[in-house]
Design a protein around this ligand. Structure first.
Ligand code: MN3
Length: 200
């Protein structure tokens, strides 16, 4: 399948003041679009043309760096837009997800601390994740376009810590971006939906 840019599931200014319209215009219309455009060029002749996006990500990892970087980022950003919503965040999580966080990650506050630390501690560009792997939740981080799919896990929540995700709004203050993102933007219903599907 060829890649195509999904529309944002909300207006460009819907996540302000935590993420500005200017950031979303650049991030979605320029950066994500570039992954789609370049990914499609690199997909041609790769032998993976007929595969799903998830399969392309997994099968190009370690073998076709150019395609992997763009396909990985395409996958990551498709979900990143859905991992946010206006009036998101908060501590009121769907019950089953909350129970799993309590039993696997030591509760919401510990999970929040660990997730923010993963994002702040990722040296250079990358992502921090809530991952479902081997029947339980874990907090991980990856460089560049890499994601939990290539490590045998299912990403349930991911935050983009490339500078293009926060520099317009927060300059170099990545920890401030991470706190605002986690506390005010996360779409926990979508995280719970992915958890439900992964834990069946
Ligand atoms: Mn990005």
């Amino acid at each position: 399948m060829s890649f195509s840019l999904p529309d944002l599931p909300y207006a460009y200014d819907a996540l302000a003041p935590y993420m500005s319209a200017e950031t979303l215009e650049f991030h979605h219309d320029k950066h994500h679009q570039a992954y789609v455009t370049n990914g499609n060029k690199l997909l041609e002749g790769s032998g993976l043309e007929g595969k799903s996006l998830e399969e392309i990500v997994k099968e190009s990892y370690g073998k076709n760096a150019g395609l992997f970087n763009n396909a990985g980022q395409h996958f990551n950003h498709i979900h990143f837009w859905k991992w946010m919503k206006p009036n998101g965040g908060g501590k009121s999580l769907p019950g089953k997800l909350q129970s799993a966080i309590d039993s696997d990650l030591g509760g919401f506050d510990k999970f929040r601390d660990d997730f923010l630390a993963a994002g702040a501690g990722q040296f250079g560009s990358g992502w921090a994740w809530l991952t479902f792997k081997d029947g339980k939740l874990e907090v991980t981080k990856t460089p560049n376009g890499e994601n939990p799919l290539v490590h045998g896990g299912t990403p349930l929540l991911g935050v983009d810590v490339w500078e293009h995700s926060y520099y317009i709004d927060y300059r170099n203050a990545r920890p401030k971006y991470l706190e605002a993102w986690f506390d005010s933007l996360v779409n926990w219903d979508y995280v719970a939906e992915l958890h439900e599907a992964a834990s069946k």
